[in-house]
Design a binder for this molecule. Structure first.
Ligand SMILES: C[S@@+](CC[C@H](N)C(=O)[O-])C[C@H]1O[C@@H](n2cnc3c(N)ncnc32)[C@H](O)[C@@H]1O
Length: 247
């Protein structure tokens, strides 16, 4: 969901501070609109992503662009062996919603929240066994730099899982989905959040983002091995997985 028009050629959006301001504005209705606009599928997509993490013991996990935290909560609920969980986001208000959710779920002492840019995190090299990012990389101003940063903070042998919107390959489905993104999403978004702009740019940023094969190529360029993409719900979203080569 980008306020700034996607930067031509970069398939991503504008300056982190402006994107953060937009997410600050829509934070009160963000979760509700996720449920409505995805017809409830977003939760299943995050659960599926969490299942791919595996069951290693004492895992250290960072969730970038964590927002209101639904992926990190799904990870904590599905993968009890997580020893250290960090959620990072540029938007203070999205993190505020997440903080309140953690308190309600009795998870406040299990997650550290950090306000920072995903392409330049404050974490040391090789800090995490897994890095996750749901619907966030499309919003960063430099996708390559963000992938490079993820690679830097992962331990050798560590896993990256990225959940992001994509477009169905089937032409008829793609046509219907584009109609929904261009007309339905901004309308429903405007009615519920009062911010038509944000939900118009949700469509624009999805349409401008890399197709799965190109994004996999970018992941390989950033140094990841065993890169794969798995389509969800006929391809309206995809889970990308990669591994940092063991030393
Ligand atoms: C569509 S929301 C996704 C939130 C959450 N991961 C989820 O699954 O619902 C995108 C999030 O990315 C954050 N974001 C955008 N650009 C960012 C950046 N450069 N660094 C860190 N977070 C960023 C926004 O503030 C927002 O919370």
């Amino acid at each position: 969901m980008c306020k700034d028009p996607p930067v031509e050629g970069s398939a991503s959006c504008g300056a982190p501070s402006r994107v953060g301001e937009m997410f600050d504005r829509i934070s009160p209705t963000y979760d509700l609109l996720n449920r409505l606009l995805s017809l409830g599928r977003d939760r299943a997509w995050r659960r599926r992503t969490a299942e791919l993490l595996g069951q290693g013991k004492g895992l250290r996990v960072a969730d970038l662009a964590t927002g209101t935290g639904d992926l990190l909560i799904a990870l904590l609920q599905r993968c009890p062996p997580i020893a250290e969980a960090v959620g990072l986001d540029v938007s203070e208000r999205m993190l505020g919603v997440f903080r309140r959710k953690l308190h309600r779920n009795g998870l406040a002492d299990r997650v550290k929240l950090v306000q920072a840019d995903a392409s330049a995190t404050p974490f040391p090299e090789r800090a995490f066994d897994a890095v996750t990012m749901a619907f966030g990389i499309r919003n960063t101003s430099d996708v390559g730099a963000t992938l490079g940063e993820i690679h830097r903070i992962l331990k050798p042998g560590g896993i990256v899982l990225i959940l992001e919107f994509s477009l169905p390959k089937n032409r008829a489905l793609r046509w219907c989905h584009l109609k929904y993104l261009r007309l339905g999403v901004p309308f429903i978004g405007a009615v519920v959040s009062g911010d038509r702009h944000a939900y118009r740019y949700l469509d624009e940023s999805i349409e401008a983002f890399y197709p799965p094969s190109d994004f996999c190529a970018l992941m390989r360029e950033a140094g990841f091995a065993e890169v794969s993409a798995a389509p969800l719900s006929w391809g309206v979203a995809s889970i990308y997985r990669g591994m940092k080569q063991p030393a």
